[in-house]
Design a protein around this ligand. Sequence first.
Ligand code: PEP
Length: 250
Amino acid sequence: MGRKFIVGGNWKMNGNKKGIDEILAFLAEGPLDPDVEVVIGCPSIYLDYVHSKLSPNCKNVAISAQNCYKVAKGAFTGEISPAMIKDIGAKWVILGHSERRNVFNESDELIAEKIGHSLEEGLHVIACIGELLEEREAGKTTDVVFRQMKAIAAKVKDWDKVVIAYEPVWAIGTGKTASPAQAQEVHAQLRSWLTDNVSKAVSDNMRIMYGGSVTAANCKELAKEKDIDGFLVGGASLKKEFVDIVNANK
Ligand code: PEP
């Protein structure tokens, strides 16, 4: 069985009810390739709103939080838990996004703990990794992404609900997309890492999304690469062109 293509939209801290209605309308209008799994990452305050408004036409669209904490409940002001995400009917969480790592200083270990707890609670996880520009320029890309993977692997018992998003930080929100060859190279290295450090079966089945300035204009070329199994899309997920990105293989 092939790996099912998956496209995530990361709305980040954008939108309001009116804007969300517009996004949900273009998703409902689609048409979205029914063979693609679509996940929309909403600001936590709107998760329930999106869940209540998502059209029945959007059968292959699931809802994701963009972050959560590493325990079920307690005195953690401002945080949300996987249990709460599940409670409102969402099934996914994005963890380890570069903005969490680099703006909010989340460590590899904290991210891994959040991933471990989210999986124990039954959520699906988009686990994000990626190198900074200076790390790439210093030839350290694999050191960085393998270090991030090692921390994650230490907390994952079952990989079935994990999708990896390789997002070079220099490509996020910059308009500087990695070339298909650059992305493929790292995706293939990640797959080899999984073979060597987890198992051949996990490596073969793992979906590795690429993220970083994906648009309707560049998605088709990227999607042709054999180890690119989908996209995590920021800016373009707020626009109608997201439908074209979902349909990149058509
Ligand atoms: C992201 O937020 O994960 C992302 C890849 O953003 P953008 O598509 O805007 O580069």
